[in-house]
Structures are given as C-alpha cells and as structure tokens.
Write a protein that binds this ligand. Sequence first.
Ligand SMILES: CC(C)(COP(=O)(O)OP(=O)(O)OC[C@H]1O[C@@H](n2cnc3c(N)ncnc32)[C@H](O)[C@@H]1OP(=O)(O)O)[C@@H](O)C(=O)NCCC(=O)NCCS
Length: 190
Amino acid sequence: MGDVSPTIRRLSIPEFTINTPVLVDIYIEAMEYDKAIRDTRVEVWRRNSQNPGFTAVAALMDDQVVGIAYGFNGSPNHWWQHQLRRGLRQQGGPTEEEIQLIQNYFEVAEVHVQPGFQGHGIGRKMMHELLKDNASGHAILSTPEVDGEANPAFSLYRSLGFTDFLRHFKFDGDQRDFAVLITPLPLGER
Ligand SMILES: CC(C)(COP(=O)(O)OP(=O)(O)OC[C@H]1O[C@@H](n2cnc3c(N)ncnc32)[C@H](O)[C@@H]1OP(=O)(O)O)[C@@H](O)C(=O)NCCC(=O)NCCS
C-alpha cells in the first residue's frame, strides 16, 4: 500500500452510537483482544459518548471505517481520574502542579487503526483532528508499557509531545503496567 488518503472527520454522537459495534471491532482487532468483550465494550463506549466534551473522529477509506479515536473531558466523578489520583499518591504526590493539571484535561480514551492500514499517518491525523480547538489545557492518555517504548502508539504519542505523567501504573482490575502520558494543548505543529 502506498500513500493512503483517508477522510478524517468528526462523528456526531448519533453517528458514534449507531456505529459503535463496527468501531469496537476495529479496537478489538487493533489490540488483539478476545471478541468476547465486544458487547460490554459497546455498552461502555456508548456510555462514554454521554460524557461532557465527548469528541469522536473516524478515518474512512472508500466509506469503510478504518480508524477511530475518541475522548471527553476528565472529571473528578470518573473512575479513571480516581485511578490517576491514586497513582499520584503512590509516587508521593499530587503536587500543586499535578492538582492543577487534573482539574482541566481532555481524556483521550481510545485511538485505533485497523491492522493493514497502520503506519500510514492515519493515527497521527486522527489525533490532530481529535485535539484541534479543544478547550482543555492538557490531554492525558494511557497506553500499555512496552520494552523500550518500541511500538507505534508510543512513537506517535512522543512525537506529538506527550511526556510522562505516571509510569508502570496498574489500573484496578488490570494486571498490565501502563504509562499515563500528558501533553499541553494545543498540540505542537509537526
Ligand atoms: C497506535 C496507532 C493508533 C497509531 O496509528 P498509525 O496510523 O499506525 O500511526 P501513524 O502512521 O500515524 O504513525 C505515527 C507515528 O507512529 C510511529 N510508527 C508508525 N508505525 C510504526 C511502526 N510500525 N513501528 C514503530 N513506530 C511506528 C512513527 O513514529 C510515526 O511517526 P511518523 O509519521 O513520523 O513516521 C495504530 O498503530 C494502532 O491502532 N495500533 C494498535 C492499537 C493501539 O496500540 N492503540 C493505542 C493503544 S493506547
């Protein structure tokens, strides 16, 4: 595959909720998860679309969805922020700066490109569209730790300016280590 020119565009909440099963399939394939999680994830993603600040971006090739990215405003009522606060306490925080940061951020919840379409700039374009004109001061996301940060996700986030917020963090209910990364908004140009 040479240059690919997908259409990158925002999805309205109805478009997102109608198409959630197809979008979750991209996530399951990209992350190599078991298909058995499909229905629960569809439910969670649809619930996420009700959060304030919800923004979703899809990548389309010939009307086929090949990528999805979405997020929403962070909130002290969200499980995820409770987890971040626990992580900060574990490392001796939170500092004043960290307290400020987690009062005004956009959570990038998911970014996935269908295998076969990865490595052609689609993830980068979706991230730019997702975070464009965002009113939050920062964007925060998590990604599974990998040796030497040697995967497309880490490379993409680093090149967009994301730096360490928490490392080797274990979310409740997940055995894996995660990196939680943060960047000021707007994203730097590249
Ligand atoms: C992570 C992901 C969303 C990135 O999207 P993508 O379209 O493949 O990435 P892009 O082509 O936009 O590349 C962005 C950067 O990632 C890096 N990258 C891309 N493919 C790579 C590869 N195969 N190996 C290492 N780095 C790679 C490069 O640094 C690239 O920067 P460049 O444009 O300057 O070359 C996508 O690869 C994916 O869905 N992966 C599996 C699921 C996943 O890990 N999701 C994120 C979980 S937090």
